[in-house]
Design a protein around this ligand. Structure first.
Ligand SMILES: C[S@@+](CC[C@H](N)C(=O)[O-])C[C@H]1O[C@@H](n2cnc3c(N)ncnc32)[C@H](O)[C@@H]1O
Length: 319
């Protein structure tokens, strides 16, 4: 594809893109390359460990925070929980904190490992709506606005394809303050008019980062507030829409979550599933916003949907 740099600003992360990993992680990876194991294999195992551990520690910490809220203030139980939370914070930092987690995630996006997920968004756009996204890969005149939540790089496919303008990238911890705003999506001020809303939101591998299952549902609900209102004839309109990606085991191997449940939630929020892809590691969807969230949203609690001792505990719930 003849790539355009979407922003005319300085290129970032090109070095990272080549090696996939830099700085401290690169050094520790090089040191660990014993026994002639292929670098990519080793790196991928190492980065997966960092990512998994970060998620596990965050989840433990969130569970303790919930218990702390319920515990009697100033009591022995509250003190014990506060201490455990502090210890977990130390462990998170010892594991490299959000910074190493993001580096590991960037490494996971390297082209050697299949590239970043927004590659599929662009392919889908070209295949499904060639009238907007020409097959010759030259962006048409009409550009679409994009909000990328959980952005690690301004050099990924959706940033460089030239189809989107404006693009707003946000992340809890910006790796590139010039192009990625440091902002918690859950605290982003609500738009006051359609000019502050977007044609597309990309929410790729972000919901599974959120440690609390109700907060995950709230994150999905919140996306509807930041998308433009659907056109009257939703059949002919490609947008507004949500590009949504989750690790496959969250949906295919959870005791408390299934794809059917996800579709129930998305339908209640006013979304219609338009496109779907399953790979060995990830599940991708493009959901079009075709209505608005139901006035009284159904409650989806964490209930066992898919029993089995080898399954994980992932869930997305609505209050
Ligand atoms: C695994 S990375 C995914 C990055 C990228 N979207 C991808 O598909 O590879 C998850 C990112 O989501 C960000 N994130 C999690 N919760 C967020 C929130 N509430 N607001 C903004 N960013 C968030 C994290 O800081 C992290 O950088």
């Amino acid at each position: 594809m003849a790539k355009k740099t979407a922003t005319s600003k300085t290129p970032v992360f090109s070095a990272r893109k080549k090696s996939g990993i830099t700085g401290h992680s690169a050094i520790s990876l090089a040191k660990g390359l014993a026994g002639g194991r292929p670098q990519a294999l080793f790196a991928s195992k190492h980065t997966r460990q960092i990512i998994r551990r970060h998620h596990t520690l965050l989840k433990k910490q969130t569970a303790l925070k919930v218990q702390l809220k319920a515990a009697a203030k100033g009591g022995a139980e509250a003190r014990r929980l506060a201490l455990q939370i502090e210890q977990l914070e130390k462990e998170i930092e010892e594991n490299g904190g959000i910074h190493e987690y993001q580096k590991a995630s960037i490494a996971g996006q390297s082209s050697a490992r299949g590239g970043d997920t927004s590659k599929l968004l662009i392919q889908w756009m070209q295949q499904t709506w060639p009238e907007h996204f020409s097959a010759a890969n030259t962006p048409t005149n009409k550009k679409f606005s994009l909000l990328e939540v959980g952005s690690l790089s301004a050099e990924n496919e959706c940033s460089t394809c030239g189809y989107f303008d404006p693009i707003e990238r946000i992340d809890l911890n910006s790796q590139d303050p010039e192009h990625i705003k440091q902002q918690d999506f859950m605290k982003r001020p609500l738009p006051k008019s359609d000019t502050e809303r977007f044609d597309i939101i990309s929410l790729s591998l972000v919901v599974n980062y959120v440690p609390d299952h109700f907060e995950r549902g709230e994150m999905l609900r919140r996306t509807t507030e930041f998308l433009k209102k659907p056109a009257a004839d939703t059949k002919t309109s490609a947008f507004p829409g949500l590009f949504f990606v989750l690790p496959a085991p969250c949906v295919l191997n959870s005791r408390y979550f299934t794809e059917a449940r996800l579709l129930e939630i998305m339908t209640a929020l006013g979304y219609t599933m338009q496109l779907r892809k399953e790979s060995s590691k990830l599940l991708y969807w493009f959901f079009r916003l075709t209505g608005c969230p139901q006035a009284k949203l159904p409650t989806f609690k964490r209930t066992e949907l898919n029993p089995g001792s080898s399954r994980n505990n992932f869930s997305i719930c609505l209050k």
